[in-house]
Ligand binder design. Sequence first.
Ligand SMILES: [Zn+2]
Length: 220
Amino acid sequence: MIPVAFGATAADAEGRPDGKKISPESALKALKSGNLRHRHGKSIRKSYAPKGEALSKGQWPIAAIVGCADSRVHPDEIFDIAPANLFVVRNAGNVIDDDVLGSLEYAVEHLGVELIVTCGHSLCGAVKATEAVVLGGDLPGGHINNLVEKIRPALAALPVGHTLQQAVTANSKQSAQRALNDSEILLEAKLAGKLHVVSATYSLVNKKVYFYNEATVTPV
Ligand SMILES: [Zn+2]
């Protein structure tokens, strides 16, 4: 039995109270169909939580999202999904740090999440700021530098003259890979076949979320 912690309820640790399980494949399908509704202005905020359960009784997220803090990109909105369905961690540049990893580990170990999606977005200011530094500009200063240093390696492998969108995509893929590389708990879940980690980017222009290949375990 998984220990209950951080205010999680017994229902959280033991699975959905209705006994039904949403597979990572079905969860991904739900995210894609929700984004389709969002794109076409047909949002219904569909709920994948057990019917009739009050939010105070627990939460049953079908996925964890690592998204950017940008005020234009709200996961619940872009995936057209109701509260209790997504476990969301956000920061500028959707980077992976220790606190993000702790949150993801909690979602996987205690809430039964089997799908993590790192989701960048077009015209990301954090990635743009990093591009400026890579091109020879000064670091922005303060704690923003921490974000830049986290994003910077993703840009190193890109060809000279790459676009901002290519950098955004590379950064999202990097975050997905880091989630697996930097967390033993997430890596073990992946190796046990209980976790899928996928990267994605959201377009501010056409509102579409583009999904990329699943992150793989890097040989050591
Ligand atoms: Zn951003």
